[in-house]
Structure formats: C-alpha cells, structure tokens
Ligand binder design. Structure first.
Ligand SMILES: [Fe+2]
Length: 259
C-alpha cells in the first residue's frame, strides 16, 4: 500500500516527536504492508513549512530505513492566503513527491465563498487538489453537495483510514461508508502522527473496504490511486459520484425556467 498523508518527520509539526518515533513509525508502516510513504508536515499558522528542512529530515529517515520503504515529501497544505501565493510561485515545494498532486486541508470553522475560485486556480496551475479528510470537517459534513461539486470540478478526496475504523466516532464511520458506496472517495491514507493514537497503519481499513466493496476497489484506493499520485500519473480509478451537486440542480432549474 501507498500512504500519501503521514506526519512521520520529527520536529517539524505535531507528528513524530523524535527521530526514534519517526523510525518506529517507519517500521510500523513496513510491517503493515506499506511500501511508500509521503511525509506531509503541516503548513499553517501554527507550523511554518520549510521545504529544505523537510527534505533534509526525509533524507535522514530514508538513510536509516534503506530501501525497505520509499519516502517522499509533500505537505498538509492549509488553504490560506499566504500558502496559496507561495504554491503558485513554487509548487514543487508542496506537491506530493514534487509532481502535480497537492493535499489541501480546509479550515474547520469557515469555508470562504471564494473557495471554488481557489480550487479552480489550482487546476489552472496544473495542480490536482486532493481534499484531505473532509469526513472530519463539520462544515463539509453539513453540506456534502459542496464536496460533490468540488469532485465534479476535478478535485479528489482523501479519507483518513482510521475514520472507517470508528476512531473519530460512529457517525464519521457511517458517513465514510456512505461516501465509499457513493463513489466519493479516491484515496485512503493514514494521516499518522505517532505510534499510539494515530499510527501509520492501513491494513485493517483495507480489509474493511475489501469486504464492503471488493478487493479491486480496495487495491485502487489504497495502492493504485496513491501510487499514481506519488508518480504524478492520472488516477486509474475515478468512480462517478452518486447524488446531486449544486450545479446539476441549478442547471435543471434553469432548464425548467427557460426552455
Ligand atoms: Fe494531516
């Protein structure tokens, strides 16, 4: 499996608190059947992001684990004004493995009205935004039609594997199951922060997805799609999302009114 969202690097955010923890996380990932990890530290008001430091820390961990695990760098990219200016100037600093996929994290307290434009501009800059763990964002949960619209705009969705295991409550687990059935998920990732409460494990969630949707879908969501993002290729598995999104409803209303 390929994990595109993991706070494995020590001393850069609220993820691994030491080199030892980072190495333990790497061993845990390997034992779980993970072959590739993208180290994605936060870039937000609390944790400033230095791509040089991030790459240096990656090199240190990579040297210690050898070729048993392939480590790349990316960023848990908070959608704020400063970050957006910076990513347009130097996308490589933030994208997964310096290709063209970008993890984007929404604020918990507000979805700005300009968000559609923001996502559109990322597309114009030839970046593929991957919306991280929308199932854990109260505002998106309350307005799933917005998420559908962003998917129709060409965004992808990454869900936290532990959400499916009930780590964030049973409502979140049920929501992930319904999104899974409705074709609204493109990636599962660990979003690991440590070895205890937020470990770098995917296997258990893989098995649950395989039981529910079949082995092929699980392989696509845990391996083939994330590997494609890692290597900067188009995603091999893009299901058609079920349900309405705002634009479709609007178009139907317009047709009814004018024709
Ligand atoms: Fe994260």
């Amino acid at each position: 499996m390929v994990d595109i969202h993991c706070h494995i690097l020590p001393g850069v955010d609220d993820g691994a608190d030491s080199l030892e923890t980072a190495l333990e996380m790497a061993e845990m990932a390997i034992a779980d059947g993970i072959t590739h990890v993208v180290a994605t530290p936060h870039a937000n008001g609390e944790y400033p992001f230095s791509s040089e430091l991030v790459r240096q820390r990656r090199d240190e961990i990579q040297a210690r684990v050898g070729d048993r695990l392939k480590l790349a760098t990316g960023c848990d990219f908070h959608l704020n004004f400063e970050n957006l200016q910076a990513v347009h100037l130097h996308p490589d600093k933030y994208t997964i493995n310096q290709k063209d996929y970008l993890l984007v994290e929404f604020a918990d307290f507000a979805i700005p009205p300009t968000i559609d434009d923001t996502l559109h501009h990322l597309h114009l800059a030839r970046l593929n935004p991957i919306i991280t763990h929308p199932e854990r964002n109260g505002l998106i949960r309350a307005q799933p039609e917005k998420l559908r619209r962003w998917i129709h705009q060409g965004c992808y969705v990454q869900v936290t594997a532990q959400s499916l295991l009930g780590r964030f409550g049973q409502d979140t687990r049920r929501l992930v199951e319904s999104w899974l059935d409705g074709g609204m998920i493109h990636f599962f990732a660990s979003d690991a922060h440590n070895v205890k409460s937020r470990p770098p494990r995917l296997r258990e969630a893989f098995d649950m997805v395989a039981n529910r949707r079949g082995e092929e879908a699980a392989t696509a969501l845990f391996r083939d799609n994330p590997l494609a993002a890692f290597e900067g290729r188009p995603l091999p598995y893009v299901p058609e999302p079920e349900g309405e999104f705002e634009d479709a409803a609007f178009r139907r209303r317009k047709r009814f009114l004018f024709f």
